[in-house]
Design a protein around this ligand. Structure first.
Ligand code: ZN
Length: 445
């Protein structure tokens, strides 16, 4: 039975206590609780603070003694395409347009439901094992993605990717409406919908306006790619005599809540416009480096007050879905770009992977920090490792030293999905086997 079909009354409310750990709440920079406790009731956090000596463990269904571990909000990946994990290592070290036109798009035309289901599950296992509790995705075969999200217990914001060329627009819009009607806010709210026009170079202005009309009708935010490559900027200049940002402003995109991925090629005016219109940005340093798209002007965007979170993009252009790696890249490459070791300090990078991610998905009232009343989405990192000693600064360790294999326990929506690195609900071996099988079948089709 799918989780969405279970009556709310039937869901067993469980109480979980995690105690004796360090807690980084992400509510304020200096806030570190050295012997802390987080209590969960159902899907929500009911307490965060010092260990309560007067509260008995017997009051809880389960108690995790987490001495030596660091508890923090789960990571939020604000831009990916999970099913593209099937193309990981299939075609590397190619220019973006060659990679897309000759390798990726021909295979995407042959994808099946089963391909998307197993690849999304594989992506979810990888994300959970590296501490991601929410991801923002744009793809197609939405029912199969939903099935994987439902079964796994992860939190996701999904958009049906829309291309407005070659007569593909109307089918995409119809599938978008079906998806929104059936699945927005399903799984006790774990699945949210957005609208996903792919990019200015694949969605002409008139099609963008059709998408915006649907966003207005359903009162939902949008997720798109913007200013990723110099090719895109040139294409926009040649066709519209505008930068991609100027074009999107003219189309009316920025009058809606929107998260845009990449923003590698921006002018000062572009950035001022985006700050003014409160456009949210997903910074994807790994993918931008691998595809040689460039290095986004992150320090300038932040300086102008733009809210920026972190994304991996797909595992085909990264090649993993590890937010710890994106944090480290964000904290390192901009120091070199700006010739200034003070830019993107560790706390800022961690904030981009948690709290700013929640803002990027318009979910800052629910996730991204550890606070009473927020969703029970958290991770425990095992700090009893040689590469995490001595412990002068736990935040610096998370950003500069930690590895995804240090993620020990993952809780999403109050449910333990991984404990002591063991997946609770998903059969990891079976998922790897089936993803491999589908990938081989796909390239032979
Ligand atoms: Zn992308």
């Amino acid at each position: 039975m799918l989780r969405a079909e279970i009556d709310v009354e039937e869901v067993v409310m469980s109480n979980l206590r995690i105690k004796d750990c360090y807690i980084i709440t992400m509510k304020a920079e200096e806030e570190l609780i050295t012997r802390g406790e987080v209590a969960l009731e159902g899907d929500k956090i009911s307490y965060v603070g010092e260990v309560r000596e007067n509260v008995d463990d017997k009051n809880f269904d389960q108690v995790i003694y987490a001495s030596g571990k660091v508890c923090l909000p789960g990571f939020i990946n604000t831009h990916t395409h999970s099913p593209m994990i099937l193309f990981r290592s299939f075609a590397d070290d190619l220019p973006l347009m060659t990679w897309l036109e000759e390798k990726i798009w021909p295979l995407e035309d042959k994808l099946t439901s089963e391909d998307v289901y197993w690849s999304t599950l594989l992506a979810i296992v990888e994300m959970i094992k590296s501490g991601t509790t929410t991801f923002n995705d744009m793809y197609f075969f939405m029912d199969d993605m939903v099935r994987a999200v439902e079964e796994s217990g992860i939190r996701a914001v999904l958009a049906r990717g829309l291309i407005g060329l070659e007569g593909k627009g109307e089918v995409g819009l119809k599938e978008t409406e079906d998806f929104i009607t059936r699945w927005h806010n399903s799984c006790q709210g774990r699945i949210k919908a957005m609208l996903g026009p792919h990019a200015p170079y694949t969605c002409p202005p008139e099609f963008f306006r059709e998408v915006l009309a649907k966003a207005s009708k359903h009162k939902l935010p949008l997720h798109t790619h913007l200013a990723e490559t110099s090719f895109e900027v040139q294409h926009c200049k040649d066709n519209y005599d505008k930068t991609p940002v100027e074009l999107m402003d003219q189309v009316g995109l920025f009058d809606f809540p929107v998260i845009v991925a990449h923003c590698v090629h921006l002018t000062e005016e572009d950035m001022e416009l985006m700050a003014d219109k409160k456009v949210k940005v997903s910074h994807n340093p790994g993918s931008n480096l691998k595809l040689a798209s460039g290095i986004a002007p992150l320090a300038s965007m932040l300086g102008k007050g733009i809210e920026v979170s972190l994304g991996t993009d797909s595992a085909a252009s990264n090649n993993n879905l590890d937010l710890l790696e994106e944090m480290r890249l964000a904290a390192l490459i901009h120091k070199a770009r700006e010739n200034d070791p003070t830019v993107i300090p560790a706390y800022k990078a961690l904030e981009m992977a948690t709290r700013e991610g929640a803002k990027g998905l318009f979910m800052e009232e629910e996730i991204g920090i550890l606070q009473e009343g927020f969703k029970g989405d958290l991770i425990l990192m095992d700090f009893q490792k040689p590469h995490l000693y001595p412990q002068h600064d736990l935040v610096a360790h998370l950003v500069y030293s930690a590895q995804s294999s240090d993620v020990d326990t993952v809780v999403i929506d109050g449910e333990i999905l991984m404990e002591n690195r063991e997946m609770k609900g998903l059969d990891e071996e079976r998922i790897m086997f089936n993803a491999q099988k589908q990938a081989l079948e796909l390239i032979r089709r």
